[in-house]
Design a protein around this ligand. Structure first.
Ligand SMILES: *Cc1c(COP(=O)(O)O)cnc(C)c1O
Length: 310
């Protein structure tokens, strides 16, 4: 159910269960925002203390979640890479249970449930493609593991092709696939904060998943991401955060480029809730009609805005 409103909950609930099992009382991580709020919420429910490191650019909604869940929050004035480094040193120094991306092997066991759930809901009928946004690469790798598990035990009879969607301003993994070269760090230049990951922590597993699935890569601009946010809202009633709708933005672009057949079946995973980052949504969604309670003014406003009332 993703109780803190992002897909990170699948990994965090696993991390918290394993921390309890190991007898840990303190659990820590660094995160662009969602792994942080997710860990803090799941840990609070289990009675564990948390130390959380986020880059200072993290959206206010995510930080408000962290503070509400009672985490000790360290807002690092630097990039996600620098945030990760400080958390690593602190975790080593104090011996906290570590929920950092790609360090804790149990996390992908949690993340893979997205693959299990998609297939169960589709009654084990495998779609041609599954589109998902990629930052550190844990989500796409976990998704792939879940699908491969189902394939191995015969619950599904083939595997889909993955679509790896990244922001054009920060796409080190897709660039590695596209150029056939090793991945190299990139600037974190996108408003989709959850996938603004210049140094991906799970590059090997993610690249393997994309390659093994004969996957597609697609990079989208911030404008395309924000347009996808509106499109999903208008057509599905789904409000995703920028990184949450990046898979959909990529899918739209691939369709327009003719790279996906109109007959293909595609699942696009929305990985985070739009309420986590209202600032970007407000900047792109337009203004409501604002008037006093007066029918005359309502009629005028409809006329002024060319709204033909039925
Ligand atoms: C973390 C996150 C992603 C990307 O997951 P990675 O494991 O970092 O690749 C995508 N969307 C949202 C909303 C996220 O929080």
């Amino acid at each position: 159910m993703n109780p803190t409103a992002s897909l990170k909950d699948r990994a965090s609930s696993m991390a918290v269960a394993k921390a309890r099992e190991a007898g840990a009382e303190v659990i820590a991580c660094s995160s662009t925002g969602n792994a942080a709020s997710s860990l803090a919420g799941n840990a609070a429910a289990a009675g564990l203390k948390t130390y959380i490191f986020v880059p200072s650019r993290a959206p206010k909604g995510k930080v408000a979640q962290l503070m509400t869940f009672g985490a000790t929050v360290i807002s690092v004035q630097g990039s996600y890479e620098e945030t990760f480094e400080l958390s690593k040193q602190a975790i080593d120094r104090w011996g906290w249970y570590n929920r950092n991306a790609a360090i804790n092997p149990y996390l992908s066991e949690g993340k893979k449930t997205v693959g299990l759930e998609i297939m169960e809901q589709l009654n084990w009928q495998v779609p041609d493609y599954i589109a998902i946004s990629v930052g550190d690469g844990c989500t796409i790798a976990g998704l792939w593991k879940g699908l491969k598990d189902l394939y191995a035990i015969g619950f599904i009879d083939r595997l889909p092709q993955l679509i790896s969607a990244q922001a054009s301003g920060c796409c080190p993994l897709n660039r590695a696939i596209e150029t056939g070269e090793d991945w190299r760090p990139m600037k974190e230049n996108t408003l989709a904060d959850s996938i603004a990951v210049g140094v991906p922590r799970n590059a090997d597993k993610a690249l393997m998943a994309i390659r093994e699935s004969n996957g597609l890569t697609v990079n989208v601009s911030d404008e395309e991401i924000m347009a996808a946010q509106k499109l999903l809202g208008r057509t599905c009633g789904v409000f995703g955060e920028p990184a949450g709708v990046t898979g959909t933005a990529g899918l739209k672009k691939l369709c327009e480029e003719g790279k996906i057949s109109p007959n293909a079946t595609v699942v696009s995973v929305v990985t985070g809730n739009g309420l986590k980052d209202v600032a970007n949504a407000i900047a792109h969604c337009g203004e409501p009609i604002s008037i006093p309670s007066d029918m005359g003014l309502l009629l005028k406003a409809f006329a002024d805005n060319h709204i033909a009332v039925e």
